[in-house]
Design a protein around this ligand. Structure first.
Ligand code: ZN
Length: 350
């Protein structure tokens, strides 16, 4: 899960969430094994189940693009999804059958958004289509259809829900779903998989805590930030570490890092144009801009290795949209140093 998204959703830490993830995955597997076509369709995606601990949120569940690369809600393009269940509402449920219905509904949203025909044709209203498909899944899994009433009861105040309930009941009547057949056969909800879970701050470890982690480690952390977000610990840790170095050392480390990410990652212009703002703000060059500004403002001798200098210079020219328009002021101290260095080299050449 993208760390930025996990923070927004008040998710429980991923490691502690695993037991619940496995439990929910087993419930959905039980339903999907009897719906092989839906199962094959959903197997193309990576889907995990998360607990959110956010008492203010009265919705029971939602599905999100776990990569959070676009706007966080774009299921159409996504490949990995998080089905997020709200602990406070979930704790009001009593049976696994009730949870199965909720999970079936959320999985149906993925299929609906991906334009899976059998779900699309159920109803032109997405919520109703997802409810109807959840009925199908619930029945296929041998769960108790009567338990859907408990979910309805949670939202009985909401006017729109009444319409949804009627549409679902029509669908069930038309397709001969028998609500009474498994009455009294519900499975108790395994609340121990989630009741103890609490929202925790998600953040990365500070790789600079014990001194210099090395260029490789710094570059791989930047690439991980690009993928999963949360740059704050890295930026603070890196800057504090460099402040303990001389300006000569600091500038060399920065240039080595810039040289690597500027040759190994997609360009910042391309990311801005094609991958959206979230990715842009987590781009290695954007993340490094904070450190560059603070370190190149320091008084003292700067050392710029020629090989990296050439890479950085070329990259700045090729991405002038960013270095000339977007973040010109931030990069100015480095640009001034580079210009100085270039002028110096020119002098030597004469
Ligand atoms: Zn829904």
């Amino acid at each position: 899960m993208n760390i930025d998204l996990a923070v927004i959703l008040c998710l429980v830490n991923e490691d502690k969430n695993r037991q619940f993830d496995a439990y929910a995955a087993a419930i959905t597997a039980k339903m999907l094994q009897n719906c092989p076509e839906q199962q094959a369709f959903l197997e193309r995606f990576d889907i995990h189940y998360y607990i959110a601990d956010n008492p203010k949120d009265m919705s029971i569940a939602r599905v999100v693009d776990a990569d959070y690369s676009e706007d966080g809600q774009n299921l159409r393009k996504g490949k990995s999804f998080g089905v997020v269940l709200n602990k406070s509402v979930l704790s009001k449920l009593e049976t696994e059958d009730e949870l199965a219905f909720v999970l079936g509904h959320e999985l149906s949203h993925i299929m609906y958004q991906k334009e899976y025909p059998a779900v699309l044709k159920l109803n032109e209203d997405e919520e109703i289509a997802c409810d109807c498909n959840a009925v199908k899944l619930l029945d296929a899994g041998g769960y108790n259809l009567a338990d859907i009433n408990a979910i309805d009861a949670l939202y009985v105040q909401n006017n729109f829900i009444g319409q949804r309930i009627r549409a679902r009941k029509d669908f069930m009547a038309k397709n001969d779903y028998n609500t009474f057949v498994r009455i009294g056969c519900s499975t108790p909800l395994q609340k121990d998989t989630f009741m103890h879970l609490q929202k925790e701050p998600w953040c990365r470890e500070n790789i600079f805590e014990f001194g210099n982690p090395g260029i490789d480690r710094i570059v791989s952390e930047l690439k991980d930030i690009f993928e999963k977000g949360d740059k704050s610990v890295f930026v603070r840790g890196f800057d504090a570490f460099l402040n303990k170095c001389s300006t000569a050392e600091s500038s060399q480390i920065i240039m080595s890092v810039l040289g690597r990410v500027m040759s190994e990652c997609p360009s910042i212009t391309e990311v801005y144009d094609k991958q959206g703002l979230r990715k842009y703000y987590n781009h290695p060059v954007f993340v490094m801009s904070n450190i560059v500004l603070s370190q190149f403002k320091r008084e003292g001798k700067k050392l710029l290795p020629p090989k990296e200098l050439a890479v950085v210079n070329r990259y700045m020219l090729e991405n002038s949209f960013y270095f000339e328009q977007k973040d010109k002021k931030i990069w100015q101290p480095l640009r001034d140093t580079i210009a100085y260095k270039v002028a110096e080299c020119g002098k030597e050449g004469r």
